[in-house]
Ligand binder design. Structure first.
Ligand code: 1PR
Length: 539
C-alpha cells in the first residue's frame, strides 16, 4: 500500500486519522524527528488544541524549517485543524507566537455573545468559485474549534488560493483552503464520515480538480442540528459487556429475575447508528472498573474496534478520575484519558469527579487548583476533548428563599403542588446526591476548561416523555460552552421540540434507538421536514 507520512508531535486522537488513511488505501509512516521529514513524499500535519502550544512545540523540536522546505519543494502537504491554522501568519489565541506565514491572514476567536464557543458540529465546506479535492457543497464536515480564519470575498482568491467556506451565526470563515501542492482543512476529514474520507482520498491520490468551476447550486451554510446516539455499557450478570438502558438510571429488568437489561453489542450498535446518520456516538461505561487492571479496561477494545468503521466523533465516559490500579500503582485521570484517546476516543466525559472538583473549587473561593482531571486533560488535549456529564435531579421547594441554590419556577408542580425547584447534582450514577446545584457545577467546570456539557436528567431518563426544557434553559443561560440535551427522548418530535424551544447545541437519544422504535434517520428526516438543517448519512 502507498505511504503517507504523519507528524507525530501531538497529544490527540491520531488513531482515527490513521484508521481513516488506512480505510482509503494508504499506510502511515510516523515522522519522529525533523530529519525524517525529508523522507516524506506526502506529508500530513494533524493538530488539535492550542495554536500557541502547537507552534511552540513544532518550533522547539526544530520542525518548522523542515515543514517549510517540504512545502516549498512542491511535495503534497495537508494540514488539519491547527495544521491549517499553522499555515497562517498568526492567531489571537497567542499573538506572541507566529505561524508559518505561508498564507497571509490571521485567526481570531468566534464571537460568543450570541452563540456557543467552541464551534462544534457539522457544517459546510462550500467551494466558492473553483472545486478542490472533492469538497462538495451538498456535504457536511465535522468541525471543532474556537478560532477561525475570517472569510472576506476575494482576499485569499487574490493570493491564488481556492477556498471553501462555512458560516457560524453571522460569521463566515475558511473551512478549507488549497493551492498547488497544499490542502488545509479546518474540519476533521477523519471524523467527517464518507464526505471526509473522500477529501482525504482525493488529497492522497493527488486529484485536486484544478480549476474546475464550483457547483452553482445554492447552499444553505451553517451548523446543522447535531443528533447523538448514546450507549450505556456495562458487564451483565453473565460477565458479558452489553449495551443497557435504565429507567431513571435503574438498568435491571422489573421481571426476568432482575437481570441487567441487555439491548445488544456495543461495537455493532455503534456501527448501526453511524450508518443511520448519527453525528456522534457516546459510550458511557456505567460499571466501575476498580477491580479491573487498567490495561484490560474493556472499553479500550470497544473503542479500537469501533474507530475502525465509525468515522464520526466518539466520546467515552465512566471512571475517568485519578485512581489506583489493582497492583497498587497510582494512575492519573490524564493517563486514563490518554489510553482512551490512543484507542480511538475523540472526547472523554467526566461525571462524578467533576462534581468533587467543583466542590473543592467553591471551597477554595473559586480559585483553580490546576491539577483536577478536567484541567489536566483540557491542557493536554484541548477543551474540546473534555465533556462534563451531569446527572441532576429535581428538588422541589415551597418557595425560592428556602434554599441557597439557583432555582427555577416550573410549569410542572411537585408532589405537594410546589412551583419552584432546583436541580441537585448527583455522583456515582445517581446513587449519591450532593449539595450542589447544576448551575454551580456547570459554571465551575467551564472555568476549569471543560469544552462541553452533557446534560442528563435523572427524572426524565428512560421516560420517553421528552427532554426537560426547563433544565436545559437554566443551564444554557449559565454557560457559553455547548450543551448536549439528554434524557427523555421517546419520539422524533421530542428532538424537534428541544431544538426549537431551547438553545441547546445538540440532542442525544438512547432507549428509543436501542429498542428499535425509531432510527437516527427517522429523527433527522423529521427535523428536515420541520425545516431544521441536518446532516444526512452519505454512503
Ligand atoms: O461518574 O465519571 O464514572 O461517569 C459515569 C457515567 O455513567 C456518567 O456519565 C453517568 O451519566 C453514567 N451513568 C451512571 N449510571 C448510569 C445509569 O443509567 N445507571 N447512565 C449512567 C447515564 C444517562 C444517559 C442516557 C440518557 C438518554 N445514562 O446517558 O443515555 O438519559 O436516555 P433516554 O434517551 O433513553 O431517555 P463517572
Amino acid at each position: 500500500m502507498p505511504k503517507v507520512y504523519l507528524l507525530d508531535y501531538v497529544a490527540g486522537n491520531v488513531r482515527s486519522l490513521v484508521n481513516a488513511i488506512e480505510k482509503v488505501g494508504y499506510t502511515v509512516e510516523w515522522i519522529k524527528t525533523p530529519e525524517d521529514v525529508e523522507k516524506a513524499d506526502k506529508l500530513i500535519l494533524p493538530g488539535v488544541g492550542h495554536f500557541g502550544y502547537c507552534m511552540t512545540q513544532f518550533s522547539a523540536a526544530g520542525y518548522l524549517p523542515a515543514i517549510r522546505k517540504h512545502i516549498e519543494s512542491g511535495k503534497p502537504f495537508m494540514g488539519i485543524c491547527v495544521g491549517l491554522q499553522a499555515l497562517f501568519e498568526g492567531s489571537s489565541e497567542n499573538s506572541a507566537v507566529p505561524g508559518l506565514g505561508i498564507i497571509k491572514g490571521h485567526l481570531n476567536r468566534f464571537d460568543d455573545s450570541s452563540k456557543s464557543v467552541p464551534h462544534i458540529g457539522w457544517n459546510s465546506a462550500n467551494p466558492r468559485d473553483k472545486q478542490a479535492y472533492d469538497l462538495r457543497s451538498s456535504s457536511k464536515y465535522y468541525y471543532v474549534h474556537s478560532y477561525k480564519v475570517p472569510y472576506r470575498e476575494g482576499e485569499f482568491e487574490g493570493q491564488g488560493w481556492t477556498v471553501a467556506t462555512a458560516r457560524y451565526g453571522d460569521e463566515e470563515f475558511v473551512g478549507a483552503i488549497a493551492k498547488g501542492n497544499i490542502l488545509a482543512t479546518q474540519f476533521h476529514p477523519e471524523k467527517s464520515g464518507v464526505a471526509g474520507l473522500r477529501v482525504l482520498k482525493a488529497f492522497l491520490d493527488g486529484t485536486e480538480s484544478k480549476g474546475v468551476p464550483a457547483e452553482t447550486a445554492a447552499v444553505k451554510e451553517g451548523l446543522t442540528r447535531r443528533v447523538i446516539a448514546c450507549l450505556d455499557v456495562r458487564t451483565n450478570d453473565q460477565g458479558d459487556l452489553v449495551v443497557t438502558k435504565g429507567d431513571q438510571y435503574d438498568v435491571r429488568e422489573k421481571t426476568d429475575g432482575g437481570n441487567v437489561r441487555n439491548l445488544g453489542k456495543p461495537v455493532e450498535m455503534a456501527k448501526k447508528y453511524y450508518e443511520q446518520g448519527a453525528d456522534e456516538v457516546t459510550f458511557l461505561n456505567i460499571t466501575s472498573f476498580r477491580d479491573c487492571p487498567l490495561a484490560d479496561l474493556p472499553m479500550l477494545e470497544i473503542l479500537r474496534r469501533t474507530s475502525e468503521t465509525v468515522f464520526v466523533p466518539l466520546t467515552i465516559g465512566g471512571g475517568i478520575r485519578d485512581t489506583t490500579d489493582t497492583d497498587g500503582t497510582k494512575v492519573s485521570a490524564l493517563e486514563i484519558a490518554t489510553m482512551y484517546f490512543k484507542s480511538g476516543a475523540d472526547k472523554v466525559s467526566i461525571g462524578s469527579d467533576a462534581v468533587t472538583a467543583a466542590e473543592e473549587y467553591y471551597a477554595n473561593g473559586k480559585k483553580l487548583f490546576g491539577n483536577t482531571a478536567i484541567e489536566q486533560i483540557s491542557r493536554a488535549y484541548g477543551a474540546q476533548a473534555v465533556i462534563v456529564s451531569v446527572d441532576p435531579k429535581r428538588v422541589y421547594i415551597s418557595k425560592p428563599t428556602e434554599t441557597k441554590h439557583n432555582t427555577i419556577s416550573t410549569k410542572y408542580p411537585g408532589p405537594n403542588s410546589e412551583t419552584s425547584c432546583w436541580y441537585a447534582c448527583t455522583i456515582k450514577g445517581g446513587r449519591e446526591t450532593r449539595d450542589m446545584d447544576v448551575v454551580e457545577l456547570v459554571q465551575a467546570v467551564e472555568a476549569m476548561g471543560a469544552g462541553e456539557i452533557l446534560l442528563n436528567c435523572i427524572d426524565k431518563d428512560g421516560t420517553n416523555s421528552g427532554f426537560d426544557l426547563e433544565l436545559i434553559d437554566q443551564v444554557k443561560s449559565a454557560v457559553k460552552i455547548p450543551v448536549v440535551a439528554s434524557s427523555g427522548a421517546g419520539v422524533p418530535a421530542h428532538f424537534e421540540e428541544v431544538f426549537s424551544k431551547t438553545r441547546t447545541d445538540a440532542a442525544l437519544g438512547a432507549g428509543m434507538f436501542h429498542r428499535g422504535e425509531y432510527t437516527v434517520k427517522n429523527v433527522k428526516d423529521f427535523l428536515a421536514e420541520k425545516g431544521l438543517m441536518v446532516r444526512q448519512f452519505e454512503s
